[in-house]
Design a protein. Structure first.
Length: 202
């Protein structure tokens, strides 16, 4: 069989499988929207579905053993987009006293594009929820964007502009994409700062 025909057939199969993943993710998210949940509760349930999808694929995929992620925070300088539900979940945590670097938050919110974000040093881009020892203060409620990050490269490459060898959970990505497509998602800094500035929240 002609190599071009084989590649076209394989490409069609990949697109079909990806479409099936996206449809399943959309149905799962729509079922949450139909439930009687607060925004924060819905975000938590959505995160659990994503975590379950990731865990299942890790058990089935031998490549997951190559994941190098551990206790480092190298990826915590990357740009993070959140849904309105995730924003409410994070704001609930702030109301309970979780500290945030508001001056850094305001600085990050000024960066209007991914290009501008990546033009800054990893230290400048460090997440506003990282503690002094590099731990995530909101780890149980961390956004889907963070949950989907799995590197098979050297950790030091994750906070650089170098291309990394990433491990991808297709079902996890599909669940995340379904919510991002169905909502007005925003970069985390702008979403949180906007709410803090327009309300009595801390």
């Amino acid at each position: 069989m002609d190599q071009g025909i084989i590649e076209e057939k394989n490409g069609s199969q990949i697109l079909r499988v990806l479409g099936e993943h996206l449809d399943a993710g959309r149905r799962a998210y729509e079922s949450l929207l139909e439930g009687d949940f607060t925004a924060a509760e819905r975000a938590t349930l959505w995160h659990r579905k994503i975590d379950a999808a990731i865990s299942l694929q890790k058990r089935e995929d031998p490549n997951s053993k190559r994941i190098t992620c551990g206790s480092c925070s190298h990826c915590c300088s990357l740009e993070v987009v959140i849904t309105p539900d995730e924003k409410e979940l994070i704001l609930d945590l702030l109301e309970r006293g979780i500290p945030i670097d508001k001056s850094r938050l305001a600085q990050h919110a000024k960066w209007q594009s991914s290009g501008e974000w990546l033009s800054r040093s990893p230290e400048e881009r460090k997440c506003v929820f990282l503690s002094f020892d590099g731990r995530c203060r909101i780890y149980p409620a961390r956004p889907a964007t963070c949950r989907l990050l799995h590197s098979m490269s050297e950790p030091k490459l994750c906070d650089s502009t170098e291309e990394i060898d990433a491990w991808v959970s297709h079902d996890g990505e599909a669940l995340a994409s379904a919510a991002f497509q169905a909502t007005d998602s925003m970069p985390l800094p702008a979403a949180i700062l906007e709410e803090m500035d327009s309300s009595s929240r801390p």
